[in-house]
Design a protein around this ligand. Sequence first.
Ligand SMILES: O=c1ccn([C@H]2C[C@H](O)[C@@H](CO)O2)c(=O)[nH]1
Ligand SMILES: [Zn+2]
Length: 169
Amino acid sequence: MTTKTKAFETKDALDLYKKIIYTEGKAGRRMDKKQIEEMIDLAIKQLGYSYAPYSHFHVGAALLAKNGTYYTGCNIENAAYTPTNCAERTAFFKAVSEGVKEFQAICVVGGRDGVLTGYAAPCGVCRQVMMEFCDPETFQIILAVSKDKYDVFTLRELFPLGFGPADLA
Ligand SMILES: O=c1ccn([C@H]2C[C@H](O)[C@@H](CO)O2)c(=O)[nH]1
Ligand SMILES: [Zn+2]
């Protein structure tokens, strides 16, 4: 019998294991489960504000600043298509326009007609904007389908070898 099997012999041990994987994520990171759930709720609420008459793909985001403030965002499309702003960038630009430039994490949800069936990963442009303001090693990106189905990534994982302000130094 392996040590791992032994660890799950009691319900307490199993609960502890679940707590660890839920709060630390795959790469051993630390985000409070309650806070992740709060961010998922906020991002899902944003789906209701999404303006997506062309793609019908609704996206919501909740950005957590280091000062503890949340900035939410939705995608905002345009008849000329290219002026479209993604949910993530809406959240970032709201924060930066209010003088807030330090961030801990963002949660993103999205799906056709606002129905969440899988992860809506940030597009390349949004990853580049994150790279401008966030430390790629520590900034957390929560991709969620529901409060029971989500994954946490660092910006570095989603944007390896990304170009950022440090490259100009
Ligand atoms: O990172 C992304 C990628 C796409 N979208 C939006 C833009 C557009 O309105 C729709 C389809 O691409 O999804 C976002 O909000 N965030
Ligand atoms: Zn984007």
